[in-house]
Design a protein around this ligand. Structure first.
Ligand code: 4AD
Ligand code: MG
Length: 461
């Protein structure tokens, strides 16, 4: 791998490199072919004496072509690279006709690359993003494994809509052109695959709680689906979520865990993705690495929702304008969250104790009868990156909330049962993986941090 060659630089040994041509330049006598194999952002320069190779082969070594080059690794004579390969043999795997290959040397916009998402991993930018995405996944598993948490696989197909986190995608094998109907004209779901209506899950939390109430500390890390028609730079219809759930944790333990966890991930990126971050910083976001370090340095500010509203109302009095209204009871928008984080506190904020009406039924109810022990972690450039809470562990209080919200017993009886049999205080949260990646990469559109984004009217590749 090219990364290994750069790391170890085994000068004067024979090596073999396989990869894709990024650029090619040269003159009558010699060609310089920059090859990338995906292992690193850096290309290896292949130096080839034209006379030594078949003329037709040499014309085919254009951007996008795949090859194998064998030769001696030498210290580079030219500027811009430390080592290069002096080719003795070159084999072409596959040509890429320069008149047709959509990726030319450089300067494609992110919008254009989204349209050719099937090829964009071959660009420097998306190579870096894919590698960082991998590294963040490893960071997450390492963090929880080291803490003694177990990775639990929660189902993707669900028959309950208890969470209420968003519009769900239906899963069915019924023929939509010829739906089986009961005598009264309504669809007969007994004829559907599972014998009842099912959907793609919006969260693994409820099943995660079942596991936490047996294993102590668990986490999920899987795809989740929300059919909201929100075409924003922060929403996907299919995204990945990490959801730790911990028995015997209260809201304060939960906040500590969220802060330690996000900082661990950011530190991991700095430690393991330095070259890719440097590339993204140079090309997209001059303050990227400074911002990552900044988040590590400062304790997150912890405030209640009510305090947050007061700050926002004062800001409005002083002339700050927002698109959406601010009042006690309002669901905050990303503009409000970012004001608190970027302008007011100038560091990440953990906001707690939200009005119960804007949060899910399972959050622990405070004694004031108005608020619940929910918590959102708010980050610079993003707004909400984590949502979570201490859970209501009291059966009667939980049942009352379930009834107030008309959640059908058939959807939730098993969840309620956990509060009848050995209930304990417990807490958890969900981190949006792509929101974390937005922060770590400095990208500004969530479609650019997942290989194949699914958004309204877009499910290509
Ligand atoms: O705040 P949410 O809806 O919380 C839950 O789903 C809880 N069940 C989590 C838990 O307590 N176990 O979503 C959690 C996070 C958000 O903070 C956000 O980062 C991300 O998931 N998220 C999205 N990311 C991309 N696209 C979307 N449409 C998202 N919706 C939520
Ligand atoms: Mg939320």
């Amino acid at each position: 791998m090219i990364k290994e060659l750069f790391d170890k630089a085994p000068i004067n040994t024979d090596v073999c490199v396989k990869g894709w041509v990024r650029t090619r330049r040269g003159n009558k006598n010699v060609s310089f072919i920059a090859v990338n194999d995906g292992s690193t952002i850096h290309n290896l320069q292949i130096v080839a004496e034209n006379a030594h190779f078949d003329a037709k082969l040499m014309t085919q070594l254009t951007t996008g072509a795949s090859l194998c080059a064998v030769g001696k690794l030498v210290a580079s004579q030219g500027a811009g690279q430390s080592i290069e390969l002096q080719a003795e043999e070159i084999t072409l795997y596959g040509a890429a006709d320069p008149n047709e290959y959509p990726l030319q040397k450089k300067g494609h916009s992110l919008e254009f690359l989204r349209d050719i998402a099937y090829l964009r991993p071959r660009t420097n930018t998306f190579g870096a993003i894919y590698r960082i995405r991998h590294n963040m996944s490893i960071a997450i598993h390492t963090f929880f494994h080291n803490k003694g948490f177990y990775y639990v696989h929660t189902p993707i197909i669900t028959s309950s809509d208890a969470e209420g986190a968003g519009q769900m995608f239906r899963v069915t094998t019924l023929d939509l052109e010829r739906l089986p109907k009961k005598q009264n004209g309504v669809v007969d779901y007994k004829k559907d695959f599972f014998g009842k209506p099912t959907s793609l899950t919006v969260s693994g939390q409820l099943e995660g709680e079942l596991a936490a109430l047996a294993l102590g500390g668990i986490y999920t890390f899987g795809p989740t689906f929300r059919a909201e028609n929100s075409n924003t730079p922060r929403h996907l219809a299919e995204f990945w979520m990490i959801e730790p759930e911990v028995a015997f944790y209260d809201i304060h333990d939960n906040m500590d865990l969220a802060e330690e966890f996000t900082k661990y991930c950011v530190q991991w990126a700095l430690d393991n993705c330095a070259d890719d971050l440097a590339f993204l910083q140079e090309h997209f976001d001059k303050e990227l690495i400074e911002r990552l370090n900044f988040v590590l340095k400062h304790p997150f500010e912890r405030i209640t929702y009510t305090e947050g509203i007061t700050i926002l109302e004062k800001a409005i009095e002083q002339g700050v304008t927002f698109e959406f209204p601010v009042y006690w009871g309002a669901d905050l928008s990303s503009e409000h969250e970012r004001y608190l984080v970027e302008k007011h506190f100038k560091k990440p904020v953990i906001m707690t104790d939200y009005p119960k009406d804007i949060k899910a039924f399972y959050m622990k109810q405070n004694d004031d009868g108005k608020t619940v022990r929910g918590m959102d972690v708010l980050f610079p450039m993003i707004g909400e990156i984590i949502g979570g809470s201490e859970r209501e562990a009291d059966y009667d209080k939980l049942l009352q909330r379930v009834q107030e919200l008309h959640i059908p017993d058939k959807d939730i009886w098993w969840y309620l049962d956990t509060r009848r049999f050995g209930s304990v205080p417990h807490s958890g949260f969900g981190l949006g993986f792509e929101r974390l990646l937005l922060f770590v990469t400095g990208m500004t559109n969530i479609r650019d941090v997942i290989p194949f984004p699914r958004t309204p009217n877009n499910a290509n590749f």
